[in-house]
Design a protein around this ligand. Structure first.
Ligand code: ZN
Length: 431
């Protein structure tokens, strides 16, 4: 007979003097951590008669699950070199690697972004590739491995592929010459030819109204990839068909889709659709940077369907870099203040926002609770990706990835697997 599982000898950490977000409520409670997981203290006392080896005083901070960004484009390699030369000129943000540009050090680029994200409370993310030619996917995808976060980096949950199976009419900043439709050979063949292996892919954004689009939704879902609708001119019934085939996300709601019309609300209508299969939730990404979506539109979406709201940054390489021209994927973009345009146009292209900034703006714009703002950046994206057993929550047994925040939701420190991986310097704390 196997004996009872032996009790772990690993040290136990107790985080005290904090207000933790658990079960949709901020409550005064301690957080117990061992071997990178959150412990149930009752079991610890009564079954193991064990106590904390170490106590960490959180100074009254809010302790929330680490943020998860399912749409971030990174920064380009050229800027990486700029940044290296002028490190002190660009404080937080802007990291300088564009995940969509092939290079021999994509892994290094992802690592750099993964490290900088810790400053913004992001503990895991989906590096996002904009529409690219097939050889770029074949070259880059094998290099962006799914991996846990650690002392120097947020975890990689898998790549988000935005395009190339999107609508030319709603291409936004995606280069038209690389857009694709599905062929008669079937979705499996097309996906294989364009992307290659999908092992490292978590999320694909496509336009469901393309010929063969719903079949592609089904094929991707069967292969464990979350499907998002976006850069699309789908009407509501096409969008509902895609959801019935397994699609579960909407990419940057309101942006790059048909505007809401009362006789055909388009993809936006999914927020209140009655054709969502029972037990399913449609999630939707919102770039709450104060530029991509008017606060009134943000409020409409949030009030209609609060449980589906997922904050995304859609941040590009240039985040934190100075105004002027920069490169995103295969395209030139231009930064003016907080706005990023395809160079020479007024087409918005990604953002230069950070996740903590979006959380604060979202809360302020909607007047939602602190809990709701924090869950939109943690619990909801985890639920979307089907990983809420271990991420986006502080439930017992979950990964101890969390952030400490002040009452204005500024990030004070970031933890991964129970280890502090970033802390605001005392000088910045006083600001
Ligand atoms: Zn987009």
């Amino acid at each position: 007979m196997p004996s009872n599982k032996s009790v772990s000898e690993a040290p136990i950490t107790q985080l005290i003097n904090c207000r933790i977000l658990r079960e949709h409520q901020i409550q005064r409670e301690d957080l117990w951590v061992r071997e990178g997981k959150i412990l149930d203290p009752e079991k610890l006392f009564f079954d193991e008669r064990a106590y904390a080896d170490e106590r960490v005083d959180c100074g009254g901070a809010i302790l929330a699950p680490g943020f998860i960004d399912v749409q971030i484009n990174g920064e380009d390699r050229w800027h990486l070199s700029v940044r290296r030369r002028r490190t002190d000129a660009f404080p937080a943000g802007g990291f300088g690697v564009d995940f969509s540009r092939p290079s021999d050090d994509v892994g290094a680029g992802v690592s750099l972004v993964a490290r900088k994200l810790l400053e913004h409370g992001v503990t895991s993310f989906c590096p996002t590739l904009v529409t690219s030619p097939p050889h770029v996917y074949h070259e880059i995808l094998p290099q962006i491995k799914i991996q846990d976060g650690g002392p120097h980096s947020a975890g990689v949950l898998g790549v988000h592929l935005e395009g190339p199976f999107i609508s030319a009419e709603k291409k936004g900043a995606h280069p038209e010459r690389f857009l694709r439709g599905f062929s008669e050979r079937g979705a499996a063949a097309d996906l294989g030819e364009v992307y290659g292996a999908l092992d490292n892919v978590a999320l694909v954004t496509l336009a469901p109204e393309l010929e063969g689009g719903t079949a592609a939704v089904g094929e991707l879902c069967r292969r464990g990839v979350t499907v998002s609708l976006g850069h699309s001119v789908a009407n509501l019934s096409q969008a509902e068909d895609a959801v019935c085939c397994g699609a579960s996300f909407i990419t940057h709601l309101f942006n790059a889709m048909l505007p809401f019309h009362h006789r055909d609300p388009g993809i936006v209508g999914l927020l209140t659709s009655e054709r969502i299969p029972p037990g399913r939730t449609v999630y939707y990404g919102m770039i709450a940077d104060g530029i991509h979506t008017n606060p009134a539109a943000l409020r409409i979406a949030h009030r209609a369907h609060p449980a589906g709201l997922v904050l995304v940054t859609d941040a590009i390489a240039a985040m934190g870099l100075p105004p002027g021209r920069h490169t995103l994927g295969q395209q030139e973009v231009e930064i003016c203040g907080l706005q990023v345009f395809v160079a020479g146009t007024r087409t918005l292209s990604g953002s230069v926002a950070s996740m903590d900034m979006c959380v604060r703006h979202f809360r302020q714009a909607t007047g939602c609770s602190v809990e709701a703002a924090l869950e939109a950046a943690s619990l909801h994206p985890a639920q979307l990706l089907g990983i809420s057993q271990r991420k986006g929550t502080l439930d017992f047994g979950a990964d101890a990835d969390f952030v400490l925040l002040d009452d204005d939701l500024n990030v004070k420190a970031t933890f991964i697997s129970g280890q502090e991986v970033w802390k605001k310097s005392p000088k910045e704390q006083q600001k």
